[in-house]
Design a protein around this ligand. Structure first.
Ligand code: FES
Length: 167
């Protein structure tokens, strides 16, 4: 089913997202969400542009999300800022960046713009006509998932991964 585009969609309750990267599946895509220290939420495809590792298995450090495989660091705009294997002064290849999504945080939810980039975005839709005394609840179902892709990439185990994984 194709999800209608160019609309805001609530993808998480605000309370569900902390500083730790959180992987979710929305719109048939694996996404990773995380927050910088000022609490701004960020969302990207959950796929490192280097070798495709899930960034949701990584960590946030100094307002950057760090890939768990070789330690590439990406800022909130998705730009790669550091590659451990080339050092602080090493060149970062053009195009080494994450796919970003526009977010807004309102009404206790994180809303994601599903569609094309816009010069200006419409307001987040909400039920303004509802009385403020109305409440809502959330049901959460959790189950274990097998992640063969992550295991497969880790079997390759290049030397850079050993440096990152063991520090
Ligand atoms: S797969 Fe992410 S840094 Fe290599």
């Amino acid at each position: 089913m194709k999800v209608p585009e160019n609309l805001w969609y609530p993808v998480l309750e605000s309370r569900e997202l902390g500083r730790k990267p959180l992987g979710v599946e929305r719109f048939g895509q694996r996404l990773v969400l995380w927050r910088t220290a000022d609490k701004t939420p960020h969302a990207h495809l959950d796929r490192c542009p280097h070798l495709g590792t899930a960034l949701s298995g990584g960590k946030v450090q100094e307002d950057q999300i760090i890939c768990p495989f070789h330690g590439f660091a990406f800022d909130g705009a998705g730009q790669c800022r550091h590659i451990p294997a080339v050092g602080r002064s090493g060149k970062i290849p053009n195009g080494m960046a994450l796919t970003n999504f526009m977010l807004q945080e309102q009404h206790g939810f994180i809303w994601l713009w599903w569609g094309a980039y816009q010069e200006e975005y419409p307001d987040v839709p909400y039920f303004e006509e509802l009385s403020p005394v109305w409440r809502y609840g959330t049901d959460v179902l959790e189950w274990s998932v097998y992640t063969p892709a992550l295991l497969k990439t880790n079997w390759m185990l290049p030397i850079w991964h050993t440096c990152i994984a063991l520090r």
